[in-house]
Design a protein around this ligand. Structure first.
Ligand SMILES: Cc1cc2nc3c(=O)[nH]c(=O)nc-3n(C[C@H](O)[C@H](O)[C@H](O)COP(=O)(O)O)c2cc1C
Ligand code: SF4
Length: 429
């Protein structure tokens, strides 16, 4: 095990779910500063200047997104906190909610103030039963202490925060699917444009932000844009939560500067590979992003560096695979997930995710043919960029990257009638 043991989010012992402890540590001071001392425009300018990019997957600049909200429509403006976290390999938002809910609430209050929202919603994944209870308690505490409600800090500004539970569908995390679900409908993603900032919840201007993004906002206001942008690379700075899972000794959620080396995260933070094992591959940003072979993992973990390496930082769900991993079997699990989660609106996604799932399963079971490998390439290629939302791309990209980087292993399954790792007929390189 690595000598350098770094603190995992899961090991934090202070009870920050208790508002008195949180306030004693300086909590809600940033919220007071934003609302009592700064104008909404000043808050927005600070967030823009910080260079904060969204932590939900796409990395869109947060301040820029907020600036798209039209203020003159006469309609209400909504803030939706996306707490639906369902991407396989990703469990950072749950850590924030369960360990430090008031940090998130501060981000929600400050963001709401900046965009002119008086009703904010937290859309929380249905399976997060503990997180839901913790958030309900935190909102009630914040209301009691006067941080949520009418005329905050003696100003004219008022805010309600509502919590809405999902019911277990990955597609509800897609921002327009989330909006439909919140409106009481089936979570069918909407065609964009119009983007939610202009026409979102109930047809009104709406900002959708990830839990971690909003948690960062609190720190931007507390310590200033220059503090935030001094951490990590210019193109996407700040502290970042990385979810380390798979074949490492200390899986967990680790906070590190944006741009921390992927190898450092694996070896120093997560304690290195399991005993006697070597690194085979890493999915750096949740199951939907292209996989990296071991020799491609000497990279910095920030939006631009991971993109330059041919993958994506995504949700920073780092899935580490050692030499015992069957890549066909791993892809089968991923393809099955996206097939199960497709909402079925678009033909390339509805049919394509089904074909990918069926064909990869066939190859995994040893019943595949060479034609099947070509079919996987062609089905995945036909899905990319041809659908309403990017779930289809999320299903197609792993197939393309697994096939291009581990083609020999797929071919071996076809020619040897199944997986050598499982039945010992052939050692997989
Ligand atoms: C299929 C799908 C699922 C998604 N799931 C989530 C999710 O669970 N949480 C999240 O924050 N963003 C998710 N996103 C991204 C959201 O659509 C949106 O970009 C994000 O919430 C914006 O927040 P940010 O700007 O703070 O990153 C998903 C996107 C897609 C296409
Ligand atoms: S791409 Fe898939 S999940 Fe997205 S809207 Fe189309 S069918 Fe639904």
């Amino acid at each position: 095990m690595s000598e350098k043991v770094l603190l995992r989010f899961e090991d934090v012992s202070a009870d920050l779910t208790d508002i008195s402890q949180y306030v004693a540590d300086g909590g809600y001071e940033s919220t007071r500063k934003a609302i009592a001392e700064l104008s909404p425009e000043e808050v927005l300018a600070e967030v823009k200047d910080s260079g904060l990019r969204g932590r939900g997957g796409a990395g869109f600049p947060t301040g820029l997104k907020w600036s798209f909200v039209p203020k003159d429509t006469g309609k209400p403006i909504y803030l939706l906190c996306n707490a639906d976290e369902s991407e396989p390999g990703t469990f950072k938002d749950r850590a924030i909610i369960e360990k430090d809910p008031h940090q998130l609430l501060e981000g929600i209050i400050i963001a709401s103030y900046a965009i002119g929202c008086h009703d904010a919603y937290i859309y929380i994944r249905g399976e997060f039963a503990d997180g839901y209870d913790i958030l309900c308690k935190a909102v009630a505490q914040a209301q009691r202490e006067g941080y949520i409600g009418d005329r905050l800090f003696g100003t004219d500004y008022s805010l309600n925060v509502h919590i809405h539970r999902g019911a277990g569908a990955y597609i509800c995390g897609e921002e327009t699917g989330l909006i439909e679900s919140l409106e009481g409908k089936r979570a069918y993603p909407r065609i964009k444009p119009p983007f939610p900032a202009v026409q979102g919840l109930f047809g009104c201007p709406t900002i959708v932000n990830n839990v971690e993004t909003l948690a960062c906002v609190k720190h931007v206001i507390a310590k200033g844009a220059s503090w935030f942008k001094a951490i990590g690379p210019e193109g996407g700075p700040g502290p970042k939560l990385f979810c380390l899972s798979g074949h490492v000794r200390r899986p967990g959620v680790y906070e590190a500067p944006m741009g921390t080396g992927l190898r450092t995260l694996i070896n120093d933070y997560a304690g290195g590979m399991l005993e006697g094992r070597t690194l085979k591959a890493v999915i750096p940003g949740g199951s939907s992003v292209p996989i990296l072979r071991a020799e491609e993992t000497d990279i910095a973990m920030d939006f631009d560096s991971v993109a330059a390496a041919g993958s994506m930082l995504g949700s920073a769900g780092v899935i580490v695979m050692d030499d015992s991993t069957c890549m066909v079997h791993a892809l089968r699990a991923i393809s099955h997930f996206y097939h199960h989660e497709s909402c079925g609106q678009c033909t390339p996604c509805r049919e394509g995710t089904g074909w990918l799932d069926h064909i990869v399963t066939r190859v995994d079971l040893g019943d595949g043919t060479d034609d099947d490998l070509a079919r996987l390439d062609s089905v995945a290629g036909g899905m990319l960029g041809n659908t309403i939302c990017v779930l289809a791309d999320a299903a197609a990209m792993p197939v393309q990257s697994f096939l291009s980087k581990f083609r020999d292993e797929f071919a071996a399954h076809v020619h040897d009638g199944g997986c050598a790792l499982k039945d010992g007929r052939r050692a997989v390189a």
